[in-house]
Design a protein around this ligand. Structure first.
Ligand code: G6P
Length: 366
């Protein structure tokens, strides 16, 4: 009811602003990196696996795609990420040394549960879930678990569940890295420090809301949008496009920026806004040349850059700078303005933000 909303207009907005607290709660009790974070049996299970299969749906699937970058770069372990409804119905090659990881806010999504059971039937019994509901079927059926502490999420479009999933997945990456001897004490301390600073860093990003409201006014006039990212920010582009289509009903697609020339460039006109996630990383120069290709066709760029980039707003290029460059954890910060952009665009368009048409909070039937 209205009382629970406090100063917010919708649960989605409230949940976006709860993210500093949700992440702090998810990290509560984490004193150092150890397998116990994932359950008693974690030391033996995580010690014997040699690859991961991540299964999930919707926003949780994009958390999995993001985690692949962390797991492969920090823990040097091979990761496959698959949409649960695809995995359960195809012939795949089972491998009993694989850890099956499910990611789910509700812990009740029918396809994700069926994917887990399918993997079990194929003899893959090592399983771990990142889940927001400790009493859910997913937690009961997985050997290991990490419970995110996002709190109840009411908005159909997932926000705080996603960033807490990412937090837990980063912890998983560090844990597996440590077990495999890929994490020095110094690195562990540095990663923990940046994890613990996340709530403060996110609060600074949330303070960008007025600038995003200004963008949303323009944005709400478009019928289509393209989201570009590279590397670990490609899954964040996917999540930004999903948020926008779910609640504003603007058709949105995400592309890894390097693929622009293999198709989507044909769609770029002055009627196509292109949201670009442009953190200052090794791929920034390549991304800038992708942006020029968009500008040359009249496309309107909406760029989320880092504090330490030179990029400035000019004709057809709108830039919002993130308060700080957050390195490996940057995806957790960069998704926040995309959530706000979707929210405020939907608000201008007058859609039912918390209950978008045809969608359900948790899909417990196929
Ligand atoms: C539905 C929700 C999404 C969610 C997805 C997976 O589509 O609308 O927000 O990401 O289900 O749900 P889960 O509970 O498994 O994370």
């Amino acid at each position: 009811g209205a009382a629970e909303l406090g100063p917010y207009r919708h649960f989605m907005q409230k949940e976006i602003f709860e993210q500093p607290r949700a992440i702090a709660d998810t990290l509560q009790g984490v004193e150092g990196i150890s397998s116990e974070l994932f359950g008693e049996e974690a030391a033996s299970v995580l010690g014997k696996i040699d690859s991961l299969l991540i299964l999930a749906c919707g926003t949780s699937y994009y958390a999995g795609l993001t985690a692949k970058y962390w797991l492969e770069s920090i823990a040097k372990i091979q990761v496959e990420v698959e949409i649960a409804s695809e995995y359960r119905y195809r012939d795949s090659v089972p491998d009993e040394n694989k850890l099956v990881v499910t990611i789910s806010q509700s812990g009740e999504t029918a396809d994700t549960l069926a994917g887990l059971r399918h993997a079990n039937e194929l003899g893959m019994l090592n399983s771990l879930t990142i889940c927001n509901v400790s009493t859910s079927a997913m937690v009961r059926e997985c050997m290991l678990s990490y419970i995110t502490r996002a709190g109840v999420e009411i908005g159909v479009a997932s926000t705080k569940a996603f960033t807490t999933q990412l937090t837990a997945l980063f912890l998983l990456s560090l844990t597996i890295a440590k077990i495999r001897g890929k994490l020095s004490e110094k690195q562990e301390a540095a990663h923990l420090k940046s994890l613990r600073h996340l709530p403060v860093a996110i609060s600074a990003v949330l303070a960008l809301e007025p600038q995003i409201i200004a963008w949303a006014e323009e944005f709400s006039k478009y019928d289509n949008a393209l989201f570009l990212g590279r590397g670990i920010h490609y899954p964040i582009a996917l999540e930004g496009a999903l948020k926008l289509k779910e609640i504003s009903y603007i058709h949105a697609e995400a592309y890894p920026a390097g693929e622009l020339k293999h198709g989507p460039l044909a769609l770029v006109t002055d009627k196509m806004p292109v949201v670009t996630i442009a953190p200052k990383d090794d791929l920034l120069e390549k991304l800038k040349s992708n942006m020029q290709e968009v500008r040359a066709r009249g496309g309107q760029l909406y760029v989320f850059a880092d504090s330490d980039t030179q990029m400035i707003s000019e004709e057809g290029i709108h830039v919002i700078r993130m308060p700080e460059n957050y390195g490996l954890l940057s995806p957790i910060l960069h998704v926040i303005p995309l959530q706000l952009l979707a929210y405020h665009t939907a608000l201008v368009r007058g859609t039912d933000v918390d209950k978008p048409r045809n969608l359900a909070k948790s899909v417990t039937v196929e």
